[in-house]
Write a protein that binds this ligand. Structure first.
Ligand code: PHE
Length: 336
C-alpha cells in the first residue's frame, strides 16, 4: 500500500511537470503500458493476494489508478488546447504499445507507371513545334474520300491510290490513310496565318510486319502565311530533327513526289545500326490545294509535312519491331 502511494505521488509529479504530449505519452506508457506498465503489472498481481489483503489493497489501487488517469486526461486536455493549431506533431509510439500499425512489416512497393514510348514521342513533337509557334488540333479518323484524296489532288483514278491501300466504309467514307486531310479541313475553317500540327491515327491495308502495321500514328504539320518558303520548311524540319535526336544527329533531304505538295521532299535521319531512315514527307502546299480549301494562292503560300511517330519512337529508343509498340508485355513496357 505504501508503495502504491509512493507510485501515485511520483506519477502525479511527473504528469504535472510534463512539457508536451510526447512526454505525457511516455509517462502514460510507463504506468499503463499494456505489457510493462507499472500499474498494469500491479493489477496482474492483485488477484494473487490473500483475500484479506485484497480487500484492503484493491480500493487503494483503484483510487491511485483513477487519480492518475484523471491527471493524465486533464494534462492531455491542456496540450490539446495549446496545440490545436498544430495537430501534425508525431506521437511518440513505442514498439508494441497501442500502435495503430505494425512498423516491422516491410512497406508495399509502389508501381508507378511511366509514359508509353509512343506517347512520349508524340508529346515531344508537340512540344518542339509548340516552341516554333504551332498549336495542335484533332481530326476525324473516319474521313470523306473527298478530303482524304480528292481535295489533295488525288482523283479517283490516280495511281497513288494504289499505294495508299485504303479501308473503305462505303463509296464516300473511309478510314483516313494519312493525316493530310486535316490541312484541308483546317484551311477551310481558318484564315491564315496558320501554324498547326495534327497528331492522330491513320490506317492502311498493310500486312503487319516488323515495319508496317495497318493502324499507325501520323502527325501532320501545316503553315500558311504571306512570306514563307521552302527554306523555312527545311530549316524548321532540321531544327526539329536536331531537337528530337540530338544536335549531332545527321539529317538529309531528298526530292520526292506527293500530289498535294510541289516541290516535295523526304527527310532521312541517320541511325547507327539501320543507316538512313525516312522519318517524314513534306513540301510546299500545291496552289490548287490552297485554292480548293479557300486560301488565295496569289496571296499566301503554305508548307506541310507528315511524320510517323512509330518510326520516330523506334529510332529514338532503338526498337527494331514496330509491333513491340503495341504489345502489353511488361518486360518491354517497363524499360521506359
Ligand atoms: N501524307 C504524306 C504521307 O502520308 C506525308 C506528307 C504530309 C507529305 C504533308 C507532304 C505533306 O506520307
Amino acid at each position: 500500500m505504501k508503495n502504491l502511494e509512493k507510485v501515485e505521488k511520483e506519477a502525479l509529479e511527473k504528469i504535472e511537470k510534463a512539457q508536451d504530449r510526447n512526454e505525457l505519452e511516455s509517462i502514460r506508457i510507463h504506468y499503463f503500458g499494456r505489457k510493462s506498465g507499472i500499474l498494469t503489472i500491479l493489477a496482474g498481481e492483485l488477484p494473487k493476494l490473500p483475500n484479506q489483503e485484497k480487500r484492503k489493497v484493491g480500493p487503494v489501487f483503484n483510487k491511485v489508478k483513477n487519480s492518475l488517469q484523471k491527471a493524465l486526461a486533464e494534462k492531455s486536455g491542456n496540450f490539446q488546447e495549446a496545440k490545436s493549431t498544430n495537430t501534425q506533431e508525431p506521437k511518440n509510439l513505442e514498439m508494441g504499445e497501442d500502435l495503430p500499425f505494425d512498423p516491422t512489416i516491410p512497406g508495399r512497393s509502389q508501381n508507378i507507371a511511366s509514359s508509353h514510348p509512343l506517347t512520349s514521342v508524340v508529346d515531344e513533337v508537340k512540344e518542339i513545334f509548340h516552341y516554333l509557334g504551332f498549336s495542335w488540333v484533332d481530326g476525324p479518323e473516319v474521313e470523306l474520300d473527298l478530303y482524304n484524296f480528292q481535295k489533295l489532288l488525288i482523283p479517283k483514278d490516280h495511281p497513288s491510290r494504289d499505294v495508299q491501300q485504303t479501308y473503305y466504309i462505303n463509296d464516300e467514307l473511309l478510314l483516313r490513310t494519312h493525316t493530310s486531310p486535316m490541312q484541308v479541313r483546317y484551311m477551310e475553317t481558318h484564315q491564315p496565318p496558320i501554324r498547326i500540327i495534327s497528331p492522330g491515327r491513320a490506317y492502311r491495308r498493310d500486312m503487319p510486319d516488323a515495319t508496317h502495321l495497318p493502324d499507325f500514328l501520323q502527325i501532320e504539320g501545316l503553315l500558311v502565311d504571306t512570306e514563307t518558303s521552302m527554306t523555312d520548311l527545311m530549316g524548321s524540319l532540321d531544327f526539329f530533327a536536331k531537337r528530337m535526336f540530338g544536335e549531332s544527329s545527321r539529317v538529309r533531304f531528298y526530292g520526292h513526289n506527293f500530289p498535294y505538295t510541289e516541290p516535295s521532299i523526304e527527310i532521312e535521319v541517320f541511325h547507327e545500326k539501320q543507316g538512313w531512315i525516312e522519318i517524314l514527307g513534306a513540301g510546299m502546299v500545291h496552289p490548287e490545294v490552297l485554292r480548293g480549301s479557300g486560301v488565295d494562292p496569289e496571296k499566301y503560300r503554305g508548307w506541310a509535312f507528315g511524320m510517323g511517330p512509330n518510326r520516330l519512337a523506334m529510332l529514338k529508343y532503338g526498337i527494331d519491331d514496330i509491333r513491340a509498340l503495341y504489345s502489353s508485355d511488361l518486360r518491354f513496357l517497363k524499360q521506359f
